[in-house]
Structure formats: structure tokens, C-alpha cells
Design a binder for this molecule. Structure first.
Ligand code: ACO
Length: 402
């Protein structure tokens, strides 16, 4: 009998879609987005409602398990997480090995991959549902500690251990900004802002880093390796690295005298590689709904914290000019989620090179949910095809004849 699936593999057409602009890689019931209408929903709930009403941990639960948690489920989830926030003491040796000025994203990707060495049960490719859930809880709980410790190490300060009395976000902020010598009050305004930022970044369907997590996981790699690969994919300035690039750009514009028209002209000049960072999106061709929420949050938070940041004015001016300029209008280039996020991170006290790490912390529940869904769907190993354009037949030439 003929095995039709094999026949199709060997003789079917190959669709060439460089950058996967129109190619779906999976069916998913996690996140819906409509780029034309500017709609984003997690599991059917509009992002606007989630950002206003829920906490990051509720959203993480929703993304990973498919439903908003009941009060009881939320308490259990939080308690499970707080009981796994500690890192193995030997992990500290890895932190010590990095030069203090090395980029936090490189450290994060390596440290998350290194966690697999301490939790080898995650290496089993046929984990039971309970074992898989334990791995999920561990990576979610421990990554916040890793991120805080990267920051502490960059300052040369002693690390702060997680404390079970705090919720996830407060614990993270305490490990980041707390001190060993005295109790530091964590401002509820900062906790709320952090929750909003993490929620807005929590998932975005098949973007570069999420597709990476799914494709790495599809070879049955463990969750730490899959998430570590997602972190590497997120690092680039065309993806998560844009939040750092935006602030650097705004600072550069400020130091150059704040002439936004000049920089808009540069972004339009096809002979100049400069792009307006934080502008444009592969999918949103109307507006990015997250950018609207973040712009408003940015105004609120800066006001509440009593901060007057000149780069916020520059950002608003750039947006205003760009939105009226035919170049940006014709190409449907609007501010994306990261145009304003960096200004908030900075107001909260984070240094620029930590911004993309914070994006990774926010995106983690999305990566986990997508990894879990890929496994539940029993998706085959990801393996794109190609159109070969190289030489056809060549005879080997001996070294002395070349
Ligand atoms: N500034 C100036 N021109 C731009 C910009 C920009 N920020 N973004 C796109 N364009 C232009 C391109 O030059 C191109 O013009 P052309 O048609 O004359 O050649 C056109 O708009 C389409 O751009 P592409 O690069 O083909 O669009 P693509 O969908 O591949 O890229 C991307 C999307 C990577 C986000 C792009 O808009 C960009 O580089 N933006 C700046 C970086 C950024 O903010 N990245 C964060 C993305 S959101 C996130 O990951 C959370």
C-alpha cells in the first residue's frame, strides 16, 4: 500500500514565504490579534480589561491554563510559585562568572538554560502532566529571581533572597530594589505599573521569540532550553531589544538638541539605515492597542511618581509628527508597545540594559502557554523547507589546484 503522508512529503509543493509573512505554523487558542482593527485578546479577554483589572499572575494563569483562576486556584498558584522562587545555591557560581558589565540578556539566556542542570527531571521528554506542571511552575517562579540577581550582580551588591510573604511582583521588586540591611517599602504605584507592563507583554501569538520556543520545544527539548532560546530570539533590536533601542534613540535626539523633524527625515531617508525605533509592526497596521494603554500609563505613572522626563516630550512630539507624515501613514507605521515602555521602566528605576530582560519576564507565561499547547497538540518537529539556489554539480578540486 502507498503511504500517502510520505508521498506528500516527498513530492508536494514548497511555499516560499521568507520571514513567514503569511504562513501559519500552528492552530492556537491562546491569543487573538487583529492587526487591521488593533485588537488583542488573551483567551478571549480584551487586553484593555486585563491591563486594568487583573494582576500579572492572574494573566499568567489564564494564558497557561486557559481560564481566569477562581480565588482558591489563584491562592494555590501563588503559593506554588512562592515555594519555588529560590535558586540552587550553586547557581550563584554562574552569576559570579559573568563580567559585571555583560549584557543582562546574554546572562539570562545562559542562566535559564543552566537551570536545566539543577532540575534534570525536566529533561524527560515524556513527562506526566503533573511533572510538566512542576517544570512550568519552577521556570516561572525562578526566572524572576534570576532577573533580580542579574541586576544586583551588575551593581556589585549582595543578592536578596525571595520572601514568601510577598506576591510575585512585589517579591520581584523587593529582590531588585530591596536591601539586606533594612526593610524597603515597595511603592504600590510601582507594583501596579509593573503589573501593567508585564501583562501587556505576556503573549503575542506567533512572534519571533514565541515561534522559537515552539520550534525548539518541538524537538522535545526541555522547557528551560526552549525558554532560553526564546530569550535569545527576543534580544534583537527588531524584537524585544527595541525597548532599549528606543530610549537610546530618544536620548540621542535629546542630546542632539531635540529636533524631531531632523530625525523623522533621517528615518525616511532610504540611504540612511536609521529607523524610528518603537515604530512599525509586522502585524498591526492600524495601531498597537498595547501602545495606547502604555502611553496613558506612562503619563499617569510619571505624574504619580513626580517625575518630569524630557524624553517623554520628545517621544510624544515624534509620534505626533510621524502620524501626520505620508511616509509613515502610507506604510501604516504606528508606535508599538515598546515606544513608551522604556520611559516607564526608567521611571521605576531600571537601567536601560535591563529593559529587554523585563520584556522577557513579561513574555514568559506566553512562551510557557505556547510550549504547553504545542505539546498538547502533539505537533511534529518544526522543519521549514527551502528553495535551493546554489551550485548544481561541481567536481572536487584538490587543494594544490585551487
Ligand atoms: N522607521 C522607518 N521606516 C520603517 C520603520 C521604522 N521604524 N519600520 C518600517 N519601515 C519601513 C521600511 O523601511 C519599509 O519601507 P519600504 O516599503 O519603502 O521598503 C516599510 O516600512 C515596511 O517595513 P518592513 O521592514 O518590510 O516591515 P516588517 O514587517 O518586516 O518589519 C518591524 C516590522 C521589524 C517591527 C519594523 O517596523 C521595524 O524595524 N521597526 C523598528 C524596530 C521596532 O520597533 N521593533 C519592535 C517591534 S514590536 C516588538 O517586537 C515588541
Amino acid at each position: 500500500a502507498i503511504d500517502i503522508s510520505k508521498l506528500r512529503d516527498q513530492t508536494g509543493y514548497v511555499t516560499l514565504d521568507v520571514g513567514y509573512k503569511n504562513t501559519g505554523a500552528t492552530k492556537s487558542n491562546i491569543t487573538f490579534l487583529d492587526g487591521e482593527l488593533g485588537v488583542l485578546k488573551y483567551r478571549g479577554y480584551p487586553i484593555e480589561q486585563l491591563a486594568e483589572k487583573s494582576t500579572f499572575i492572574e494573566v499568567a494563569y489564564l494564558l497557561i491554563y486557559g481560564e481566569l483562576p477562581t480565588a482558591e486556584q489563584l491562592t494555590k498558584f501563588q503559593s506554588d510559585l512562592t515555594h519555588h522562587t529560590l535558586l540552587h545555591e550553586d547557581m550563584k557560581k554562574f552569576f559570579d562568572g559573568f563580567p559585571s558589565k555583560s549584557h543582562p540578556m546574554g546572562q539570562l539566556s545562559s542562566l535559564v538554560a543552566a537551570l536545566s542542570a539543577f532540575y534534570p527531571e525536566s529533561l524527560k521528554s515524556n513527562q506526566t502532566a503533573e511533572e510538566q506542571n512542576q517544570s512550568i511552575i519552577k521556570v516561572l517562579a525562578k526566572m524572576a529571581t534570576v532577573v533580580s540577581w542579574i541586576y544586583k550582580k551588575s551593581l556589585g551588591h549582595p543578592v536578596i533572597y525571595p520572601q514568601n510573604k510577598y506576591d510575585y511582583v512585589t517579591n520581584f521588586l523587593n529582590m531588585t530594589f530591596g536591601q539586606r540591611t533594612e526593610e524597603v517599602e515597595i511603592d504600590p504605584v510601582v507594583v501596579s505599573a509593573m503589573n501593567t507592563l508585564l501583562i501587556l507583554h505576556a503573549d503575542h501569538e506567533q512572534n519571533c521569540s514565541t515561534s522559537t520556543v515552539r520550534i525548539v520545544g518541538s524537538s522535545e527539548s526541555n522547557i528551560y532550553a526552549s525558554v532560553s532560546a526564546g530569550i535569545s530570539a527576543l534580544w534583537g533590536p527588531l524584537h524585544g531589544g527595541a525597548n532599549q533601542a528606543v530610549i537610546e534613540m530618544l536620548e540621542q535626539i535629546k542630546n542632539d538638541g531635540g529636533d524631531t523633524d531632523k530625525w523623522i527625515a533621517k528615518a525616511k531617508d532610504k540611504n540612511d539605515p536609521f529607523r524610528l525605533m518603537g515604530f512599525g509592526h509586522r502585524v498591526y497596521k492600524n495601531f498597537d492597542p498595547r501602545a495606547k494603554i502604555i502611553k496613558k500609563a506612562c503619563d499617569d505613572i510619571l505624574e504619580k511618581l513626580g517625575i518630569n522626563d524630557e524624553v517623554l516630550e520628545i517621544a510624544k512630539r515624534l509620534e505626533e509628527v510621524a502620524l501626520q507624515d505620508p511616509y509613515f501613514v502610507e506604510r501604516k507605521l504606528y508606535p508599538n508597545v515598546d515606544f513608551y515602555s522604556g520611559i516607564i521602566y526608567r521611571a521605576l528605576g531600571f537601567p536601560t540594559d535591563m529593559f529587554t530582560v523585563l520584556f522577557a519576564l513579561g513574555r514568559l507565561p506566553g512562551w510557557i502557554a505556547q510550549w504547553k499547547e504545542m505539546k498538547e497538540n502533539k505537533e511534529p518537529i518544526g522543519r521549514p523547507r527551502q528553495i535551493y539556489t546554489g551550485a548544481t554539480n561541481r567536481e572536487y578540486v584538490d587543494l594544490d589546484k585551487r
